[in-house]
Design a binder for this molecule. Structure first.
Ligand code: SF4
Length: 464
């Protein structure tokens, strides 16, 4: 529904798929399959249940949503409801989920059933997975999960995104309640929370009336609507809606991922690193014990040293240098997944995944016949990452754009945040404005990109 006016392109292949070295490829795949089975039989301990196995977060299988409903913000990324998950809610939501999920399903040919076939009462069947189950209900402040299943069916049929769309609808409701959008904009809209969301969703998808403006997303809609609407655009980064999360103390890893990620959404960036320190040394030791996916064993010590409180806790630990290494690893894995077409539930968005930096080169080599080792794969990823960055720099992106929403955390540390950015840029081989240096680009055989950036005055001659 964006400016290309299409949602997706589907290619249906009917020919054979040729593998360069089939035997070697199938050997690697056997290792992957064995590992998936092992992981399912041995879930990772002391992490969220939905993240303890393989695949995208298992929210169709598990019903306990205390973590999401009490830690993520409701409405237009506004309110944390810390006491939401009562016994009554748990009973009602569990019943609703068991009623709606007809069976668990996988994407084509995948052994991991992250999705579910949903039919809630009389709605036509559809496929759902992950956090989409909650996003509409939470954005609309509706405490009944039945509403979530019902509206997700219509949204799935329309093909809209379950993360940004509810934010746009919640933003419109806020503007209406604040008197910035009026009865005229909402003419014909039902007064109840549920009806309002259905009505707005229809308007956005058909680009009718106020829906035509909202369909451009919160950032652009706010500027078009004006009259103070800009102040309600409080949860975007680089003009894109973000997950509705508002937390306490600035987290240096998340600061870097949110700020510098070329794909501009934390879900396209985070994944393999634990979301917070483990409280006890026993838990840390157990977590690092079996972790061959790491690019460097020294990362294990970072987990062992990481405390919940005190000197070695957020925001000062992991240190900016460590954060740069960890973030570099996570973005590398997401970029390899994108380039190969791998589901990030099998790799970058998963703790201890079956596909990682050590077996990927062997798999890619066996599949394609290209002679690629780890260093070769890292170079390819780096070329891709730096091309994306240079492209965005050409479109005007600078250091000033690399910041999370102002209210993302209550406690901010401006000096440390600047230090994090500078350290990460240096680690990446970028200048202090976040632009790849000539030296870095030439190292990646991208000298022509440096020429282009210099010609445009984006990279000053000789500036490193
Ligand atoms: S392809 Fe990914 S999202 Fe789909 S079932 Fe497999 S792991 Fe889950």
């Amino acid at each position: 529904m964006g400016d290309k006016k299409i949602k997706a392109i589907v290619v249906r292949g009917t020919g054979d798929v040729y593998i360069a070295r089939p035997e070697a490829f199938m050997d690697e795949m056997q290792g992957v399959t064995d590992y998936i089975q092992f992981r399912w039989a041995n879930p990772i301990k002391d992490v969220m249940t939905i993240m303890s196995g393989i695949g995208s977060p298992q929210e169709m299988l598990h019903t306990d949503e205390k973590w999401h409903t009490e830690n993520f913000a409701w409405g237009n990324a506004r309110t944390r409801r810390r006491d939401f998950w009562t016994e009554e809610i748990e009973a009602s939501w569990t019943k609703s989920q068991h009623g709606a999920v007809k069976r668990l399903i996988s994407c084509f040919n995948c052994p991991t059933q992250c999705g579910a076939l949903i039919s809630q009462k009389d709605t036509p069947r559809y496929m759902a997975k992950c956090f989409g189950k909650l996003t509409y209900a939470m954005a609309a402040y509706v405490d009944d999960l039945e509403f979530g299943w019902k509206i997700l069916q219509r949204a799935s049929e329309y093909g809209v995104d379950s993360f940004s769309t509810p934010q746009i609808l919640a933003f419109a409701v806020e503007l209406y309640e604040a008197g910035i959008l009026t009865d005229k904009d909402f003419a014909g809209c039902p007064p109840d929370k549920e009806g309002r969301f259905f009505w707005l969703l229809d308007r956005v998808v058909r680009r009718e009336g106020i829906g035509d403006i909202l369909a451009d997303g919160v950032y652009f809609a706010a500027r078009k609507i004006g009259n103070g609407a800009e102040a309600f655009d409080h949860n975007t980064i680089k003009k894109h809606e973000q997950l509705p999360i508002k937390l306490g103390t600035m987290d240096p890893l998340y600061f870097l991922m949110l700020s510098t990620n070329e794909k501009i959404s934390i879900t396209q960036m985070e994944g393999q690193w634990p979301q917070s320190a483990f409280p006890t040394m026993e838990q840390r030791e157990a977590f690092v014990k079996d972790w061959p996916q790491l690019p460097d064993d020294k990362f294990k010590q970072y987990v062992l040293d990481w405390e919940l409180r005190g000197e070695k806790s957020i925001p000062h630990f992991p240190t900016p240098e460590m954060c740069s290494e960890i973030v570099d690893w996570m973005e590398m894995m997401h970029n390899i997944d994108d380039a190969t077409g791998m589901c990030c539930g099998m790799s970058s968005f998963c703790f201890k995944p079956p596909y990682h930096i050590h077996n990927y080169p062997r798999l890619i080599s066996a599949a394609t016949g290209l002679d690629i080792d780890e260093d070769g794969l890292k170079k390819i990823v780096n070329r891709s990452r730096n091309l994306h960055r240079a492209f965005n720099n050409r479109r005007g992106m600078t250091r000033a754009d690399e910041k999370p929403p102002a209210d993302h955390w209550k406690k901010r540390f401006p000096e440390l945040e600047e230090q994090l950015l500078s350290t990460y840029y240096k680690f990446k081989g970028w200048n202090n404005d976040g632009i790849p240096t000539r030296e870095k680009l030439e190292e990646l055989d991208l000298g022509y990109v440096a020429d282009d950036l210099e010609k445009r005055g984006i990279l000053k001659n000789g500036q490193n």
